[in-house]
Design a protein around this ligand. Structure first.
Ligand code: ADP
Ligand code: MG
Length: 240
């Protein structure tokens, strides 16, 4: 079957800095892939190349078998949640979630019903008329996820979506993401994290990164119990 996501020899340089060494990686439709590695290992760069926020120096990015390397981010049809991608402060929650639908010129009735639907999905139905500043960090991140889901993306990208939250809330959110996951069986998830606990809890497969390179990728079970690389063993086994 055609993979939902395919990196074919994708590398990224910023001037002399190599942020991503040639990456070959595929994600199957409906799969959750965690991209796991320490800070500075190239995780966000890989995700940005997929989203179209940075241009690869070489290689191709494919979505559903289509080469999207030359398409701008908004033409890739992805849902993206990154920390720096904050909510629009001047828009209420419903306005934030509606944004992508409106820019796609969806009919008003459809926008209204879809906004209510995705806010319910993340447990934020009661907060539609609040402004972002009136929400906690966890609530804002839920709204950001609803905003990404509003356009019914086939692929949802999440870059350290929980890293700003405290430990207890992170655990709640992992449980919620698992529930959301079950509601969206056909959606492909690429989940970037430096937290091995999150990766093991959420992912079907894990891609371990170090020094801008993919160390190895495989099912959680195998990587945890029978890693091929010493680095995988030390990183997946390390306690938080
Ligand atoms: P991670 O998300 O795993 O923490 P990044 O992908 O952000 O890692 O960064 C990988 C490497 O690329 C790091 O060495 C980082 O300093 C470098 N890098 C990332 N973005 C830029 C940029 N815009 N300009 C220069 N170097 C960058
Ligand atoms: Mg990062």
């Amino acid at each position: 079957m055609t993979p939902a996501v395919e990196f074919r020899g994708v590398s990224v340089h910023f001037g002399q800095t190599c942020a991503l060494s040639p990456l070959d990686l595929t994600v199957a439709r409906g799969e959750t892939l965690a991209v796991l590695g320490p800070s500075g290992s190239g995780k966000s760069t890989a995700l940005k190349a997929l989203a179209g926020f940075v241009r690869p120096s070489a290689g191709r990015v494919l979505l559903g078998g289509e080469d999207v390397t030359d398409l701008p981010p908004h033409r890739r049809g992805l849902g993206v949640v990154v920390q720096s991608y904050a909510l629009f402060p001047h828009l209420r929650v419903d306005g934030n979630v509606a944004f992508g639908l409106k820019s796609r010129k969806a009919p008003r009735a459809e926008v209204t019903s879809r906004v209510a639907e995705v806010l319910d999905m993340v447990g934020m139905g009661a907060y539609a008329k609040r402004y972002p500043r009136e929400l906690s960090g966890g609530q804002q991140q839920r709204v950001a996820i609803a905003r990404a889901l509003a356009i019914r993306p086939e692929v949802l990208l999440l870059d350290e979506p929980l890293s700003a939250l405290d430990a207890a809330l992170r655990e709640d959110m992992v449980a919620e993401l698992l529930r959301l996951r079950a509601e969206l069986p056909d959606t492909t998830l690429v989940y970037v994290t430096h937290d091995q606990g999150e990766a093991l809890a959420l992912a079907d497969r894990i891609a371990v990164m170090r020094d801008s390179r993919l160390v190895e990728a495989g099912p959680c079970e195998r990587l945890y119990h029978r890693p091929s690389e010493e680095f995988t063993a030390s990183f997946l086994g390390a306690s938080n």
